[in-house]
Every structure is written in structure tokens, then in C-alpha cells.
Design a protein around this ligand. Structure first.
Ligand code: NAD
Length: 495
């Protein structure tokens, strides 16, 4: 069923009925070029709204507003207690408008409504976690002898650019916004051009919560020129980026070519999900379809390389095939297991990978086709499973970012580690075994920023998250994000 505006809550309708604007200095503004771009519902290919298309001049205006706010109010004029209060107020407003966020996220990204709810609640938890941090960002004293006193203090960086992808639009915005604000920075948030709605709605609540003008600016536009302008800007102190490794490289170059701004990169992945024959297979089989296809595979931590010990290989392939074929797909408002892919372009990229898998000799176990029938207007792709004996294929090496996994066999522990680490990425890894020392040895030896033992995709605002190797150089969540969004100053006093 296609969503009719009549089915949306009155607040969502009201938001969608008002022409969208960007938030700069607490004013809702058009882009200076007066240009717009379409945001599209991926479940039916229909345009939802026309969104302001920011260019360099809009970014300049946002940076001026943010710098002004930082100098005049946010840095010294608002105490940590008041800052914490603002974050708590924002969290309460988000709870009040949970339904609106869920609807906007499902409309714009396509994900099932229950999964949108999970994301919005995750974003709110994040905000509350960092609201608690605001009053606890301490420096230290350092012993250097009796005739000197040295203390350190953690200071806000100033103006920070927060650049976000489309797969978890609100949640990843909040992974950045909450700690950045907690630390006392002024922010320029740029959601993905494919999913700008939830960030724009958040802007209304930021004003309602009473944040001073310019503390949070929300600009909508494409990677080029809007994202680039943030990264090249001489008066932006840091860019926190989540997105593809290709763009991550450009951001590092932009920082090098401009003011050597600090950067935090959370990039792609090709995570190994390793199943030993001594695992509790019932638990594995409950989980495997979700670690393989959650969010229609559009997930940076997706367990897209499934390594299975030889003796349970056939059984595992058969089980995942059966589960994958039963997963339901459709409009997120009908709350299926899986929604559409984000765009026609992303769908076609993934179809190219499926073709390359077939050409390079992988065995297609199930899926592999775009779904037409009653879903022909949306970007729906069947959950797809390949098996392969070789690690050398593109579908094993490259991030596909769609509902496509490859299952490969391994012999023993050393073989499993060798294969798991045979990747340019190192975002996450999982191991399934009932042998405690095997699990710890795996966690020790695997090159990944997060390791799950007998589970998958576990997250908490308190636990650091960030990749190794070409999955990036940043850490979000936990105290680590406080370190990312502050600079530490040492003060020497001669006594
Ligand atoms: P993307 O890199 O294409 O875009 C991400 C954001 O960067 C968007 O807002 C885009 O407008 C902007 N952008 C594009 N070009 C830019 C440029 N030259 N300068 C500045 N900004 C620019 O990524 P995507 O397609 O939106 O998201 C998918 C990717 O994100 C995948 O590779 C996925 O693995 C990764 N991802 C990583 C994590 C993580 O935490 N490590 C989480 C989610 C997604």
C-alpha cells in the first residue's frame, strides 16, 4: 500500500505542507541560489519535497553564524549546566515527536516503521548520554615537581562540520551532534541529500528547545559543492564525517589543502561474520538473516563476508537461504522485514556487483533480482546469497552496500583469522563459538574496531565505535567522542 498523506500524523503533514528551508542562525532560509533538489520516497519513486540546494555561499553564511554564536554566547555565555539542560530539553521534545521522526525517516529512507522507531530511540538515548557528560568534561593536574603546577583543560574546538550518510539519517546525525554540542561546539550539520527530512525537522525542535541562534545550523545539499565547501573552509575547525571511503579520502585531502582541520572519518566496511562448528547453531540461525540483510544490507557493519567452518557449511547455507526467501519486503509503512534500497542508482550499483559475482564464478544461491510485481515503482532487491571458494572476487573484497552476502568455507582457527583479516577494511567482526578461549583469541587477532562474540550489531552510546584500516580513523560514542570534539590545553604555573 502506498502511503497517503492522510495516514500521516497531523504534525508530519504540517511539516510536509510547509516549504522546507535550511536553518542558519535560527532563521529558516532558502538557498542563496534559490535552487532546490528533490527528495524521493524510495518505496515508490515519488518526489516528497523540494529541498534547498546549498552552495558555497550558504555554507559561508552558516559558518559565519556558527562562529558568531561560538564567540558571543556558546563558548562563555552558557554554563555547562545550562548546556546540559538544553540537551535534555531537546531529548524530551524528540520523545514527544517520536512518531513524526519515525514517519519522516520511513518516508525518506524507506526503512520499516519499527526500524525507524529503533533508530529514533537510539538517537534520543545518545542525546541523553551526552547530556550527562556536559558537566563532567574534566581536565587533569600533572605532577612535574614541587615548584610548578600544571593543569590541563578540555576546550571546545569551535565550529564543527558534521557530514552524514543516508542509511541511518537521524541516528548518525545524533552520534555527532550530541557530543559536539555537549563539548560546547557550534555545528553545521549536513544530512545526506537523499535523506534530509529528519534533520530539518530536528531543526524545529532545536529552536523550540531554546538553543541560541547559530549554535546548530542545518544545511541541505550535495557532496559537491556543499559538503566540499564545509571541508575546505578555513574557519571550520573540524569535520566529523560518516560515509564512503572514497569520499573520506577527499575529506582528508581537503583538510590538508585548507587549514589542517581535525577530521574524524567513519567509513565503509566488509565485516567478517565467522561461524565455528562448535557454535550454538540455533542462535546463529536466529541471527544470521539480520546480520546479513538488516536495513536492506545498507549498513556499514553488515556481516557481508560469512566464513563458515567446513563441516557446517552446507547446513548454514541452506538455513540462510530458507530464511532469506521468507523475508518480506515492501513499503516501510506496512512494516515488512525489509524496505527498498535508497535509490535507483544504488540499486543499479548493487546489480552490477551481482553480475560481477556471477561472472567471477561465485555460485548464486538465491535472490539476485530486482523485485517488480507490485513494487515496481520502488527500488526493491531480493536478499541475495552467493557462495564462493575464493577470497579474490570483487564481491568478497569490495563493499557492496546492499542485501548481498557471500558465504565462504574455512578449515580451522588460523585459516579463519587469515581470511577474516584479508580485507582493506576493519570496521567490525563477529565470531560464533562456545569455546571461550577461541572467542578471546579471535577477538585478539582480528583487525576490527568492534568485535561481537555470539551476537551481531550490538551498540550502546557508552561503547566506543570506529573502524581500523580503511574503515576510518575516528571513534564515536563513549568518552572517545568527547576527546574527538575537544582540544586539550596544558597550563604551566611557576610557583
Ligand atoms: P557518501 O560518502 O556518498 O556520502 C556521505 C555524505 O558525504 C553525504 O552527506 C554526502 O553529501 C557527503 N559528501 C559526498 N561527497 C562529498 C565531498 N566531496 N566532500 C564532503 N562531503 C561529501 O556515503 P553514502 O552513500 O551517503 O553512505 C554510504 C557509505 O557510508 C558506505 O560506504 C557506508 O559504509 C558508510 N557508513 C559508515 C558508517 C560508519 O560508522 N563507519 C556508518 C554508516 C555508513
Amino acid at each position: 500500500a502506498k502511503i497517503q498523506h492522510a495516514e500521516l500524523s497531523p504534525k508530519t503533514k504540517q511539516f510536509l505542507d510547509t516549504p522546507p528551508r535550511m536553518l542558519i542562525g535560527n532563521e529558516w532560509v532558502k538557498s542563496l541560489s534559490n535552487k532546490t533538489f528533490d527528495t524521493v520516497n524510495p518505496a515508490d519513486g515519488k518526489v516528497i519535497l523540494q529541498i534547498p540546494l546549498a552552495d558555497k555561499r550558504d555554507i559561508d553564511a552558516a559558518v559565519v553564524a556558527a562562529r558568531h554564536a561560538f564567540k558571543t554566547t556558546w563558548k562563555d555565555g552558557v554554563s555547562p549546566t545550562q548546556r546540559a539542560e538544553l540537551l535534555w530539553d531537546l531529548a524530551r521534545l524528540m520523545e514527544r515527536d517520536l512518531q513524526v521522526f519515525m514517519e519522516l525517516e520511513t518516508l525518506d529512507n524507506g526503512k520499516p516503521l519499527s526500524k525507524s522507531k529503533y533508530d529514533v530511540l537510539g538517537a534520543i538515548n545518545h542525546l541523553k548520554y551526552y547530556a550527562g557528560w556536559v558537566t563532567k568534561i574534566n581536565g587533569s593536574t600533572v605532577p612535574v615537581g614541587s615548584n610548578k603546577l600544571v593543569y590541563t583543560k578540555k576546550e571546545a574546538l569551535g565550529v564543527v562540520g558534521l557530514i552524514v550518510p543516508w542509511n541511518f539519517p537521524l541516528m548518525i546525525s545524533m552520534w555527532k551532534l550530541a557530543p559536539a554540542l555537549a563539548c560546547g561546539n557550534c555545528c553545521i550539520l549536513k544530512p545526506s541529500e537523499l535523506t534530509p527530512l529528519s534533520a530539518l525537522y530536528l531543526g524545529h525542535l532545536i529552536i523550540e528547545a531554546g538553543f541560541p541562534a547559530g549554535v546548530v545550523n542545518i544545511v541541505t545539499g550535495e557532496g559537491s559543492p556543499a559538503g566540499e565547501a564545509i571541508c575546505h573552509h578555513m574557519d571550520v575547525d573540524m569535520v566529523s564525517f560518516t560515509g564512503s571511503t572514497v569520499v573520506g579520502r577527499k575529506i582528508m585531502e581537503a583538510a590538508a589543502q585548507s587549514n589542517l582541520k581535525k577530521i574524524s572519518l567513519e567509513l565503509g566496511g566488509k565485516s567478517p561474520n565467522v561461524i565455528f562448528d562448535d557454535a550454538d547453531l540455533e542462535k546463529v540461525f536466529e541471527n544470521l538473516q539480520w546480520s546479513s540483510f538488516y536495513n536492506t544490507g545498507q549498513e556499514c557493519t553488515l556481516g557481508s563476508r560469512i566464513y563458515v567452518q567446513q563441516s557446517i557449511f552446507d547446513k548454514t547455507v541452506a538455513n540462510l537461504k530458507e530464511k532469506a526467501e521468507k523475508m518480506t519486503m515492501g513499503n516501510g509503512f506496512d512494516d515488512h522485514d525489509l524496505g527498498p534500497m535508497i535509490s535507483e542508482k544504488q540499486l543499479s550499483n548493487v546489480m552490477d556487483y551481482i553480475d560481477s559475482g556471477k561472472k567471477e564464478g561465485a555460485v548464486l544461491v538465491c535472490g539476485g533480482k530486482r523485485i517488480f510485481a507490485n513494487l515496481r515503482d520502488g527500488y526493491f532487491l531480493e536478499p541475495t546469497i552467493f557462495t564462493s571458494q575464493s577470497d579474490g572476487l570483487r564481491i568478497v573484497k569490495e563493499e557492496i552496500f546492499g542485501p548481498v552476502v557471500v558465504i565462504l568455507p574455512f578449515n580451522d582457527f588460523d585459516d579463519a583469522i587469515l581470511k577474516a583479516n584479508n580485507s582493506s577494511y576493519g570496521l567490525a567482526a563477529a565470531v560464533w563459538t562456545q569455546d571461550l578461549s577461541k572467542a578471546h583469541n579471535f577477538a585478539n587477532k582480528v583487525d576490527a574496531g568492534t568485535v561481537w562474540v555470539n551476537g551481531y550489531d550490538l551498540f550502546d552510546a557508552a561503547v566506543p565505535f570506529g573502524g581500523f584500516k580503511q574503515s576510518g580513523n575516528g571513534k564515536e560514542m563513549g568518552v572517545n567522542a568527547i576527546d574527538q570534539f575537544t582540544k586539550e590545553k596544558a597550563v604551566w604555573i611557576v610557583l
